[in-house]
Design a protein around this ligand. Structure first.
Ligand SMILES: NC(=O)c1ccc[n+]([C@@H]2O[C@H](COP(=O)([O-])OP(=O)(O)OC[C@H]3O[C@@H](n4cnc5c(N)ncnc54)[C@H](OP(=O)(O)O)[C@@H]3O)[C@@H](O)[C@H]2O)c1
Length: 329
């Protein structure tokens, strides 16, 4: 498929999944428009897109909590490349700790970035796409949008909201007769990115990625596939898909299991951590990268074990349901 001349806007392109998406689209000849707060990191990603992939790349430093800045991002993309085929609402932050531990201003800012950032992005992107009669908006949610966890409430609430936003926007596009405009939601399982090191953390315990851990490139491949063939919702990683099924079939069981798993393996029992607002209130002066160093062989082994355990959980839950087991919600 000839893809030269196609244009993608990616928020949160300085790190992790967004950075991997930029390189993925660039490698297929797309023009990429890169947004995040750290200009120097974006410039490095743009250089990688141009040098190694021969793509056109535009850097537009943007804080997604600022609706005018997000509108400007859309205008800059159209001015430079003439259209927007795909917009990826990917930027996000998180704050770990209990509800009582997370300061209100940090809680609010996570919602601002993760929810309103997507809302501003959707408004800007769909304005352009409806005008040009086609395009695909991709909102990056998370498996926690399907199965909730404790000690990360602002993020969990945000990702559920992003999932709901996708559904409502699809309805609005359909009712507006915008058949060429698609809205897709991506629900990744745990990705190997700098996310866990960058997050705000008031729990007193070091944040560890919850196994199984998948590569950011895997998420980027999923996003790229959506650009070619839009779908309503897509999980990234089989563990995510299984969790989605489990959460539908046995919500009470999943709620209990995930609480346990979060407490046992997402927050370290051995390593402590000083309170930090991480990259929530302002960007961290740290070099960006795609990976976070979590995708080792040990993780792969744990990943397999995790997938098998989840599969067993599904079978167990379905069996219980079939036998009229606990129907508590
Ligand atoms: N990692 C996981 O396990 C995982 C799992 C499920 C879903 N996800 C989702 O995947 C997406 C990407 O996450 P990631 O893992 O790649 O995290 P990441 O490496 O921490 O990247 C987050 C990106 O968001 C940008 N950002 C943060 N605040 C911003 C703001 N106010 N305005 C503009 N950009 C901002 C950051 O750049 P600057 O600091 O330069 O602004 C960075 O580029 C997120 O939506 C996340 O919720 C991640």
């Amino acid at each position: 498929m000839a893809e030269q001349g196609k244009v993608v806007v990616i928020t949160g392109a300085s790190s992790g999944v967004g950075r991997a998406c930029a390189l993925r689209f660039a490698s297929r000849g797309w023009s990429v428009v890169l947004a995040a707060r750290r200009a120097a990191e974006l410039a490095e990603v743009a250089a990688g897109c141009r040098k190694h992939r021969g793509a056109r790349a535009l850097v537009v430093p943007t804080d997604v909590t600022d609706p005018e800045a997000v509108d400007r991002l859309a205008r800059r993309a159209v001015a430079a490349y003439g259209r927007i085929d795909v917009w990826v609402n990917n930027a996000a932050v998180a704050a770990f700790g209990s509800l009582q531990e997370i300061p209100p201003e940090v809680f609010r800012r996570v919602l601002d970035v993760d929810v309103l950032g997507c809302v501003h992005g959707a408004r800007a992107a769909l304005g352009v796409m409806c005008g040009q009669g086609g395009g695909t908006l991709v909102n990056v949610s998370s498996v926690v949008g399907a199965g909730v966890v404790p000690y990360n409430i602002p993020y969990v609430v945000s990702k559920a909201a992003v999932r709901a936003l996708g559904g409502s926007l699809r309805q609005e596009m359909r009712l507006a007769g915008q058949r060429g405009v698609h809205v897709c939601t991506v629900l990744p399982a745990t990705m190997d990115t700098p996310f866990f090191e960058s997050a705000a953390n008031y729990s007193g315990r070091k944040v560890l990625p919850m196994a199984p851990v998948y590569t950011a490139e895997r998420a980027a491949r999923t996003v790229f596939r959506l650009a070619r063939r839009p779908r309503r919702e897509v999980y990234v990683g089989p563990a995510g898909r299984l969790l989605g099924i489990q959460a539908k079939v046995a919500p009470a069981l999943v709620e209990r299991l995930l609480a346990h798993q979060m407490d046992r393996s997402h927050l370290s029992r051995e390593e402590s951590a000083a309170p930090t607002s991480g990259n929530v209130l302002r960007p961290l002066p740290r070099p960006g990268s795609v990976g976070g160093g979590w995708h080792g062989r040990r993780r792969t082994a744990v990943r397999r074990l995790g997938t098998v355990t989840l599969a067993a959980g599904v079978v167990l839950a379905m069996g219980r349901r079939a036998c009229g087991g606990p129907g508590r919600r």
